[in-house]
Design a protein around this ligand. Structure first.
Ligand code: ATP
Ligand code: MG
Length: 481
């Protein structure tokens, strides 16, 4: 197969010329070749992997000299690799190598090798495809393991024995599941079985690498498939036990509850159609995470999961810590969505009162839109009528939110009277009564008892102060007057 006409990136000719001058061989290999063949040659590459029969670092330096502009070069001496960043593309150079592995590490012993040796060490046949950049064979596809056929058959399989491949570097198990998910490929049965067989080996992979793969799975078009594969290979139980525990249905007195794992994956796939936001997707994956722990069968009522949104929100920091996800505002965001995920549903089932909507706007703040997206994704009924009814109800809630937002400014609520104001008016130091009055004003506004304005809040303050036995010492003017 001649792909010369498709090697559009300007770096390929530069490499080819240098390889010719130096009398060494160079190839483009891996993900670039796979995606080139898969996507009909039209997506610009984000990264390009070059393998040379010689020093990858020297080749990278020569390429950089030939480019008539400043391009940053990063050299990883220990790994014998170098990376050029040219415009938006990362171009990685490595010398062809042969690898051998030890039992307790995914870091191989490395020696110089041939192109075949280098293709052998690749994780999947579709990732072992190479294209020659040498002048006499420029553009020729080198496909020793039938990678091209596997691309056509939509098959993930390893160049060498799958058991050996996964045992050597167990990260490949997750990469395989990630590729199967992203490309919507099948994992070839022996390969699949080998993952199951070697699943415990995942223990030698660092949590950062595991989570990096989980995030990549999360960002695919249908992440639910990835988690199904993780479950079927037995990996899920090891790397994400809280999610694994959501599996299954129980029956009491002929009543079943739904399988919360399957439901969750459906919600995740639903939300993936609406948003690319990684954290909103994580919130969807974890919104019911506490259902197994709150599950109860109550005779007469059936299955209940009381408080699962609160307990779920409490479980998030522990899960984030274990997964080495960031313990920052992203985590707080996920916690908040998990905690609030039932609120719009409750609203949509009741008569929607202004004050309930106001409280929701207040509690969700700027994440209200995301919360509504999550709630809509949470509708997974197979009954189309039910789905339509829920969607209609949510539509009413959304309209009500817009209406109230126009009237009151509850989002990013700033109290019209501050603690300082209260201290000044009653001539008191920072103390409990100040908090009580502040809170009473906020509650009154949220309940719609008073408007979100200075005058009415002022009156409320005086009223509350009187009840607490405070006496007005100073008059306060409206700010800005
Ligand atoms: P993408 O960049 O789209 O995620 P990719 O296949 O390019 O996919 P990279 O991580 O960029 O993946 O790696 C580039 C190439 O290096 C792969 O195509 C594969 O040939 C090889 N490779 C990467 N990681 C491994 C691994 N753990 N074991 C064996 N080969 C690997
Ligand atoms: Mg890549």
């Amino acid at each position: 197969m001649d792909l010369a006409g498709h090697l559009n990136h300007k770096v390929f000719h530069i490499i080819s010329t240098i390889a010719h001058q130096e009398g060494i061989q160079a190839f483009v290999i891996g993900g670039f070749v796979r995606d080139l063949l898969l996507t009909g040659y039209d997506t610009p590459p984000k990264d390009i992997d070059i393998v040379v029969l010689g020093s990858g670092i020297e080749m990278a330096e020569r390429v950089r000299q030939s480019i008539n502009e400043e391009v940053p070069l990063t050299v990883f001496k220990n790994f014998g690799t170098a990376m050029l960043k040219w415009e938006d593309t990362e171009i990685e150079f490595v010398g062809a190598r042969k690898e051998s592995y030890r039992k307790n590490s995914r870091k191989p012993l490395v020696e110089d090798g041939s192109l075949e040796d280098d293709q052998n060490r690749r994780d999947f046949t579709i990732n072992a495809l190479a294209i020659s950049l040498n002048q006499d064979s420029y553009g020729q596809l080198l496909d020793p393991f039938g990678g091209l056929k596997h691309l056509e058959e939509k098959l993930i399989t390893t160049p060498l024995d799958p058991g050996q491949t996964f045992s050597d570097d167990p990260l490949r198990m997750l990469r395989g599941i990630r590729f199967a998910t992203r490309l919507d490929f099948l994992i070839e049965p022996d390969t699949f079985e080998a993952i199951g067989h070697h699943r415990e080996r995942i223990g030698i992979v660092s949590q950062e690498r595991i989570t990096d793969e989980l995030n990549k799975i999360m960002l695919t078009r249908q992440p639910g498939k990835g988690f199904t594969l993780l479950d079927k290979t037995g990996l899920l139980e090891i790397i994400f036990p809280e999610l694994y525990q959501m599996k299954g249905v129980e029956e009491v007195e002929g009543q079943f509850h739904k399988d919360n794992f399957l439901h969750t994956l459906k919600v995740l796939d639903n939300i993936a159609m609406k948003t690319d936001d990684l954290w909103l997707r994580w919130a969807a994956l974890m919104h019911d995470i506490a259902k197994p722990r709150t599950k109860k069968f109550e005779p007469g009522t059936g299955w209940t999961f009381h408080g699962h949104e609160f307990l779920g929100s409490k479980m998030i920091p522990g899960i984030f810590r274990n997964l080495k996800l960031p313990l920052n505002e992203k985590m707080k965001y996920v916690q908040k969505l998990v905690q609030l995920h039932l609120r719009p549903i409750v609203l949509s089932q009741d008569i929607v009162t202004d004050s309930a909507v106001r409280r929701l706007i207040f509690d969700a703040g700027n994440d209200l839109e995301d919360l509504m997206t999550l709630c809509e994704a949470d509708i997974t009924s197979k009954n189309e009528k039910t789905v339509k009814r829920h969607m209609r109800n949510f539509h009413v809630v959304r309209e009500k939110i817009d209406e109230i937002e126009e009237k009151d400014s509850i989002r990013n609520f700033q109290p019209p009277i501050s603690g300082d104001d209260i201290q000044y008016v009653f001539g008191i130091p920072p103390s409990r009564p100040v908090g009580i009055i502040k809170n009473a004003i906020k509650e009154a506004i949220l309940d719609g008892e008073i408007t979100n304005e200075f005058e009415s809040a002022y009156r409320k303050m005086l009223e509350e102060g009187r009840e607490l036995g405070l006496i007005v010492q100073n008059k306060l003017k409206k700010r800005g007057d």
